[in-house]
Structure formats: structure tokens, C-alpha cells
Design a protein around this ligand. Sequence first.
Ligand SMILES: Cc1cc2nc3c(=O)[nH]c(=O)nc-3n(C[C@H](O)[C@H](O)[C@H](O)COP(=O)(O)OP(=O)(O)OC[C@H]3O[C@@H](n4cnc5c(N)ncnc54)[C@H](O)[C@@H]3O)c2cc1C
Length: 266
Amino acid sequence: MHSFQYSRAKAVDDAIDLLKVDNEAKVISGGMSLLPAMKLRLAAPSALVDVTRIENMKGIAVDAAGVIRIGAATTHFTVNQSEILRARLPSLSDLAGGIGDVQVRYRGTIGGSLANNDPAADYPSAALALDATIITDRRRIKADDFFRGLFETALEPNELIIAVEFPIPRRSVYLKFPNMASRFAIAGVYLARFDKRVRLAVTGAMASVARLTDYEQALERDFSVSAIETLTIPDSACNNDVHASSGYRAHLVGVLAKRAVLACVE
Ligand SMILES: Cc1cc2nc3c(=O)[nH]c(=O)nc-3n(C[C@H](O)[C@H](O)[C@H](O)COP(=O)(O)OP(=O)(O)OC[C@H]3O[C@@H](n4cnc5c(N)ncnc54)[C@H](O)[C@@H]3O)c2cc1C
């Protein structure tokens, strides 16, 4: 690995100032994606600004309107263990408990995962299905506008995610078929059932996380497995790699979507 400067920010303003000093500086949170990328020389920042000690970027709270706010530097382990989430949004704590292994969950953070937007990551599907808002140092971004494609987001250079806000649906579930080595999703489906709306997001199967709007509309009319029985996604829309063929991934999405509906029937 090439040499780089390392600084630990104490506050959001401190992190912003440190990032401004060097055009090639990058935020580091859990380091679970960035450090492997640096070791492989896919990334070569000249400076790293560590945000994991910024207190108001950590923790989980619920406001008076029932919206859950999770600090960007909150680890997957903390999300998995959260009593607030277990009581109000168990699908999200379950998702966090299925990420990687215990070492990854202790270090990796929700903000890092969203910023990275790996096509097989779990959190992007939660943000999209739950209609989350990503809060940065300069604006609020709806999840629908945040994910732009393979490892691409709406974040501008050095824009820092501070927190993520999740509305609470009536019912929700995340189901994934994991890669047995990494636990990244071969395919994963996050289904959220709100009072009037249904949102369904898929990860792992395609080039980037995406909502399946035809499934959503069918489920809004009739929330049942039979409503989506005939729906499919084309094999050509799915990833084809050493882990699974595109046809297999397309099939998995259909199976997981039906299981998700069964899990959310009231
Ligand atoms: C062995 C292994 C298995 C894994 N399995 C899974 C899995 O099953 N499911 C899954 O979803 N993920 C998995 N991951 C990825 C893991 O969840 C990472 O923790 C996550 O993708 C990145 O989070 P991080 O905090 O480590 O971010 P980092 O690696 O520190 O950063 C990643 C990127 O995000 C940027 N960034 C970080 N924080 C912020 C912020 N607050 N604002 C703006 N930009 C920021 C960084 O600059 C960098 O570009 C796995 C990783 C490993 C190593």
C-alpha cells in the first residue's frame, strides 16, 4: 500500500476542514471496503479522515414522529443489537446481523456501506425500500435520488454522510440468498408495506440496487403472492458472473419476492 496521511476528526466541522486541505483526501469509516480497495491499488487517497470518533455521527434514535435516525458511523453490530430497531424495525436489525462476519460487523458502518453502493451490499436495498433520507453535511437526499449505478451515488466530492432517517412501515422484511464466503447478496429483496404504498428493492441481482415498480403496483392493488405470480425480471437485466448466472439470479428474485410477501401478510 502507498503511504498516506491519517487524521482522526473530532467533529463534523473538523472532518470537513480536514477533507478540504487535500483534494485527494477520503473519508474512512469502518475501512472494510476502502482498505481492501487501497491494498488492491484501486484507490490511492493521499489522506484519510477517520469519522468513527465523531459522537453525533453515531447511535440510533427515534423522534416524536416515529422516524428512526441512525448515525452514519454506526456499526453493523450496533444496528443488529439495537433495542429500538428490534422493537420498531426488526427487518433492519436482521439485515445488519447478516452482513459479512463478526469482524466486518464490528468495524463496518451504515454510512460507509451507503456511500460505497456495492451492487451486492445489503443496506442500499433497505434505504430504497424504506424510502430513507440520507443526511449529509450540506443537504438531505432521498434514497430514490441517491443511488446512481454501480458504486455510484449522488454524493459530491468530499460530501459527508452524517445520518440516515428511516420511516417505519407497517411491516417489512429483508431476505437474501448470500454468497457463502462473503455473505454479500447473490440476490436480496427488501419489501416494505406502508399504509398506502408498497416498496420493493432488489440488491445483488443487478448492476445496482433498484426498485421493482411493477411488483410494487401489483402488491398495492392486492397484497398477495398470487398478485406477483406472473411477474418476472428479464435474465438480461441480471448479473452473470462466477457466483451465479443471470437466469439463476432472475429466478431467485422471483422466489425471494414471493417469500417476502408471505412474511408481510397481516
Ligand atoms: C469480508 C467482507 C464481507 C462483507 N460482507 C458484506 C455483506 O454481506 N453485506 C454487505 O452489505 N456488505 C458486506 N461487506 C462490506 C461491509 O459492509 C463494509 O463495511 C461497507 O461496505 C463499507 O462500510 P465501511 O464503514 O467499512 O466503509 P469504508 O470502507 O471506510 O468506506 C467505504 C467508502 O465509503 C466512503 N465513506 C465512508 N463513510 C462515509 C461517510 N460517512 N460519508 C461519505 N462517504 C463515506 C469512503 O470514503 C469509501 O469511499 C463485507 C466486507 C468484507 C471485507
